[in-house]
Design a protein around this ligand. Structure first.
Ligand SMILES: Cc1ncc(COP(=O)(O)O)c(C=O)c1O
Length: 369
């Protein structure tokens, strides 16, 4: 058999043994390994989902007019950016778009073959490049876990189809200068793909979107999974460079990518309501502070992130695998070793503040605070 692509082990499957270790503690495990929101679905969405909808016809691949209008209204409210609904497309959650974009970008411009992505980041940026047969080139981060654009080699920039930016960042919570990223992209003829799925959970300063810095050469990618606890509904959306958006809308129609009709209707309800987002912001902010205290109680200093719902914790002696084992055995926390997000993060551990308040309180009890 030819030695073709073999999928690597899925990162989160590599800590299944730690899940068992943590589960054996009285009271069970507190799983903070995956950024899987577990809080209730907003009431307005539950109501919209209960509406009878026979979903008989194919839903529009680009998204219903109502959904694209709701996205435009939300962007105006949150960023003060005016979007034409015609320049918005929807996706089935953003992971499929993140892993699929490099392939589509390469088909559009076969002369280039490189995807640039943050050296410590969501693993799907590199995976998407690999699935497209592209070179995945990691861009070093600075001390604040933000892209160091000056470290990109000219030879890589010349071959690059796109640069991924993720603000607030998963896993480290950094806040990039999106204006600088957009300018760098335009100067180098590289599309800037800005994954903004944690934007509602920006703790330092106002929410940031690349869309505030012009649409030419940029694409903002958003999701309802984190904003509205709707990871199970699978709704995301993108907007930006008019030519690129039109290209994606057309190709994705051919590919048959469609968000189910009832999910699109529910997404309108979610986007129209900001109250549930405020409630969720309070939850994450409270839990992050509580987890900082839990870490302090075991002698580990963890900084609050600039945004997002992860704590990015320096492992004692830089031994991340040792630290995740210690956390599972003694506190019952299932955490992700930083290596999952790139070699440059291998001395850190990520905790997702997604467990319910009662579970976080159990951790406090266990460490005696
Ligand atoms: C940075 C980042 N982008 C995209 C996603 C994908 O989210 P979804 O496919 O649910 O929209 C995630 C999920 O954890 C993420 O952390």
């Amino acid at each position: 058999m030819a030695a073709g692509f073999q999928p690597p082990p899925y990162p989160f499957d590599r800590i299944d043994d730690l899940r068992e270790v943590a589960a054996s503690l009285p009271g069970g495990s507190v799983d903070l390994s995956i950024g899987n929101p577990s809080d209730p679905v907003p009431e307005v969405v539950a109501v919209a989902l209960a509406e009878p909808d026979p979903a008989r016809t194919y839903p529009p691949s680009i998204g219903s007019a109502g959904l694209r209008r709701a996205v435009a209204d939300w962007a105006d409210r949150r960023f003060g950016v005016e979007l034409d609904p015609a320049g918005i497309g929807v996706c089935i959650g953003t992971k499929e778009l993140v892993t699929g974009l490099p392939h589509l970008l390469r088909l559009r411009n076969p002369e280039r073959d490189t995807i640039l992505y943050p050296a410590v980041s969501y693993p799907s940026y590199a995976m998407g490049a690999e699935l497209a047969g592209c070179r995945a080139v990691a861009v070093p981060l600075d001390a604040g876990w933000c892209l160091d654009l000056s470290a990109i080699r000219q030879s890589d920039a010349e071959r690059a189809l796109a640069l991924w930016v993720n603000t607030p960042g998963n896993p480290a919570g950094g806040l990039d200068d999106l204006e600088a990223a957009a300018s760098w992209g335009r100067e180098n003829g590289v599309t800037v793909l800005s994954d903004e799925c944690y934007v509602e959970f920006t703790w330092e300063g106002p929410p940031r979107s690349v869309l505030r810095h012009g649409s030419h050469g940029t694409l903002a990618v958003h999701s309802l999974s984190k904003r509205s606890n709707l990871a199970g509904l699978r709704v995301g959306y993108y907007a930006g460079d008019p030519d690129l958006v039109t290209y994606l809308q057309e190709v994705r129609k051919h590919q048959g990518f469609m968000v189910p009709g009832p999910a699109q209707a529910a997404a309108v309800a979610a986007l129209t309501d900001q109250g549930h987002v405020d409630v969720q912001r309070d939850r994450y902010s409270r839990r992050l502070k509580s987890l900082v205290e839990v870490m302090a109680a075991i002698g580990v200093t963890a900084p609050m992130p600039g945004g997002g719902f992860y704590l990015w914790v320096p492992a004692p002696q830089g031994d991340a695998w040792g630290f995740v084992r210690y956390l599972a055995e003694t506190v019952g926390i299932v955490a992700s070793p930083g290596e999952f997000f790139g070699e440059a993060g291998a001395d850190h551990v990520r905790l997702a503040a997604v467990a319910g308040d009662d579970r976080i309180d159990l951790l406090r009890e266990r460490v005696g605070i």
